[in-house]
Design a protein around this ligand. Structure first.
Ligand code: SPV
Ligand code: MG
Length: 537
């Protein structure tokens, strides 16, 4: 990967107008990168604001550098630090440059004011400027000590801000160019771009030119392009966005003594997890600790199971009592016991009767007319990059689930190879697989060719699908794509999970098979209840 210094240099020296946006901490830096920006402005104003102090060197330079370290670690794009005056004389500048390079900060912009500075928009006419020679020496010292040739030092000219006029600004810029600066930032407090455009014209591209159009923001961007400006710095717009939202929402919460009004208008907790990169940690935990801690489950429990007659008059099949507890309660317990705590249950028929705790219930409004795939689609927002999907009318021994978590594959379905399993009372789908079960433990690389609701001709199937599968990241994507594709077909409502799996295979993806031999049953009829009761003893 191109170094951050190289990236920043390329940006500043490119022939097209480029844009960078302010960030002031790790999360705002991540957001700026994800928005598409190629670099970040480490604004002194915004960073001091997020610390709750003034933009007057009240935060120490090491506190700024510590924050930059978080920002740089969180992102892969370069950061140009707004380094105020360099926090002292030429010697402080040297140390600053070394410390920035150690933290992979790609460049620093220093302004020709005196330490301690104050923000350019406060009492600007009273601001004393630095001596030209002294400031030039600071630039030189920085350039002389940088280890990476591509590290950039931008000299910021404050002559227009302080009211010293165009000639002074040009003289200073030229002196800083001679001292070795890689670019000039010409700042202005005017609401019109005139003095900046005039400067750009006179400067005539002797070095790349950067501007900060905070005050003259209404200028059409094309005017900057035409003026051959290299870099536009949007210097404070992240801190101003977040502050506005925080002020509004904190007042609302205080006044209403509730968060109900704002809940849907703010980022979800999951969004924050995502910005923090929680997925990477889960993957690393799996890699280094061998833990499968982040598996979630989706249980399809929307149907009544009308063959169970009055037993399901007031509750869905998944809630019938088996051996003293609801089938679903048992399933949930089994999942939780092996560390799968995030469970979504798709309910439909008599959903209100589901009183199992520790689950997230999704309602399938079409449970009367829709089939299994419809149910699954109602759980799409609960999809995870590692999940088990199971029918809710399944009784299974714990090892089946435990073993499933050990098997490789993007989608792995469980197939019972005992074709004569007496506990199998319904008509589970038959599976045609790449190889029959040879009873070796964890036979690898068996793939599913097709699931079918009946035996096809006289071709002996490899077994029955029990209604449980494991799905990883790519598998999840295949399922989402297949659901989207199948949603457009007129018979979507009738489709089953086997239809989904067959479609995924037709799309050229691989569905793997994990063989078992008995140790499960599904509850389909009253006759099954006794067997189920025995099974749980
Ligand atoms: C900053 O972002 O801190 C700047 C730009 O220095 S300005 O606030 O416009 O001076
Ligand atoms: Mg600043």
């Amino acid at each position: 990967m191109t170094s951050k210094c190289k990236q920043l240099r390329a940006l500043i020296e490119s022939n097209t107008l480029e844009f960078i946006l302010e960030a002031h901490n790790g999360i705002s830096a991540t957001i700026v990168e994800q928005a598409g920006f190629k670099a970040i402005w480490g604004s002194g104003f915004a960073m001091s604001a997020q610390f709750g102090v003034r933009d007057s060197n009240e935060a120490s330079w090491t506190q700024v550098v510590d924050m930059l370290e978080f920002m740089s670690d969180a992102t892969s794009i370069p950061i140009l630090l707004d380094g105020d005056t360099g926090y002292g004389n030429f010697n402080n500048m040297r140390r600053l440059v070394s410390k920035l390079e150690q933290r992979e900060i790609a460049g620093v912009c220093i302004e020709d004011k005196q330490f301690p500075k104050i923000n350019s928009f406060i009492d600007s006419n009273k601001q004393p400027l630095a001596d030209i020679d002294e400031f030039s020496g600071k630039i030189k010292a920085g350039k002389d000590c940088q280890a990476d040739d591509d590290f950039c030092i931008i000299a910021r000219v404050e002559a227009l801000i302080a009211g010293w006029g165009l000639k002074e600004a040009l003289d200073r810029a030229e002196a800083y160019r001679m001292a070795g600066a890689d670019g000039i930032l010409i700042h202005s407090k005017s609401h019109r771009p005139d003095e900046i455009l005039e400067f750009a014209k006179e400067w005539s591209n002797r070095l790349p030119l950067a501007i900060v159009p905070t005050k003259y923001y209404s200028t059409p961007t094309n005017a900057f392009r035409k003026a051959n400006i290299s870099l536009v710095i949007w210097a404070n717009h992240m801190i101003r966005s977040s502050t506005k939202e925080m002020i509004k929402n904190s007042k609302k919460i205080y006044k209403s003594e509730s968060v109900a009004d704002i809940e849907e208008k703010i980022s979800t907790v999951d969004k924050i997890f995502n910005l923090q990169g929680v997925d990477e940690l889960s993957e690393a935990q799996e890699r280094y600790l061998g833990e499968k801690i982040d598996v979630s489950a989706i249980v399809l429990a929307a149907t009544r199971g009308s063959e169970l007659h009055e037993l399901t008059q007031d509750k869905p099949k998944a809630m019938i009592n088996i051996g003293g507890e609801a089938l679903l309660a048992r399933t949930v317990k089994q999942f939780k016991k092996i560390g799968i705590n995030k469970l979504a249950v798709v309910a439909g028929y008599k959903a209100e009767s589901i009183n199992v705790s520790g689950i997230d219930i999704k309602i399938n409004k079409d449970y009367e007319t829709g089939n299994e795939l419809m149910s699954l689609s109602y759980a799409e927002e609960c999809f995870d990059n590692d999940m088990v999907i199971t029918y809710g009318d399944l009784l299974f021994r714990e090892h089946i689930l435990r073993d499933l978590l050990e098997v490789n594959g993007e989608i792995v379905i469980i197939v019972d190879s005992a074709l004569d399993n007496p506990n199998m009372t319904g008509s589970p789908d038959v599976a045609y697989c790449s190889q029959n079960d040879d009873r070796s433990p964890f036979m690898q690389n068996i793939t599913l060719k097709k699931l079918s609701s009946k035996i096809e001709g006289d071709i002996e199937p490899s077994g029955h699908w029990i209604g449980m599968m494991r799905v990883r990241k790519d598998g999840r994507r295949w399922i989402e794509t297949a659901i989207n594709e199948l949603k457009t077909s007129s018979n979507f409502k009738e489709l089953t999970i086997p239809d989904l799996l067959n479609h995924i295979i037709e799309n050229g993806n691989t569905v793997n098979v994990h063989y078992i031999n008995g140790h499960w049953l599904d509850v389909n009829s009253i006759n099954d209840i006794d067997a189920a009761g025995d099974f749980t003893q």
